[in-house]
Design a protein around this ligand. Structure first.
Ligand code: 4NP
Length: 160
């Protein structure tokens, strides 16, 4: 006798965080949102519009600020955003207006464009505020970025 087993494969909502280098802001955003959602239902990843840090660990300052807030982001490795990501992800949150332009330029249609949102518009709707790039600044910039992203991710989580 032949038995057929049906397994329910849960469809996850897929979220991508995007910045320029994928070593400072978007790895933090990925780690923060992952810590707030049920990862059996949500996939959270990150990528950069530039490819300089593909395969690299997050910046040590991002690792250290994440650790300070109880998050381990050392399992992450740099990835470059690709047009294929529009097909994979349901929501694409970009860190600044420059990332927004770079990602939108790669979209093939309106449905792909509508997936792309500036992350701080979650807490400052319609204001198009940038998450400042802390790469060239001091350690204090990373704490500010953490606080902004934590607030935005709290909003994202409550709306999912
Ligand atoms: P991120 O910061 O976009 O927040 O990861 C940057 C990291 C590296 C570079 C630029 C921005 N870079 O030019 O290498």
């Amino acid at each position: 006798m032949c038995r057929i087993f049906y397994f329910q494969i849960p469809m996850k909502t897929k979220i991508l965080m995007v910045c320029l280098g994928n070593i400072c802001r978007s790895p933090l955003a990925e780690g923060i949102l992952k810590s707030k959602v049920d990862t059996t239902h949500y996939l959270v990843e990150s990528a950069g519009t530039g490819g300089w840090h593909v395969g690299a660990l997050p910046d040590p300052r991002s690792i250290s600020i994440a650790k300070k807030h109880g998050l381990d982001i050392t399992d992450q490795r740099g990835k470059k955003f690709s047009t294929y990501d529009f097909e994979i992800y349901d929501h694409i949150f970009v860190m600044d207006n420059s990332n927004y332009r770079d990602v939108i330029r790669l979209a093939k249609n309106d449905s792909e464009k509508q997936k792309v949102k500036l992350i701080l518009n979650e807490i400052f709707p319609g204001e198009n505020v940038d998450v400042p790039d802390p790469y060239y600044g001091g350690d204090n910039g990373f704490e500010q970025v953490y606080q902004m992203l934590n607030e935005a991710c709290e909003k994202i989580m409550s709306r999912l």
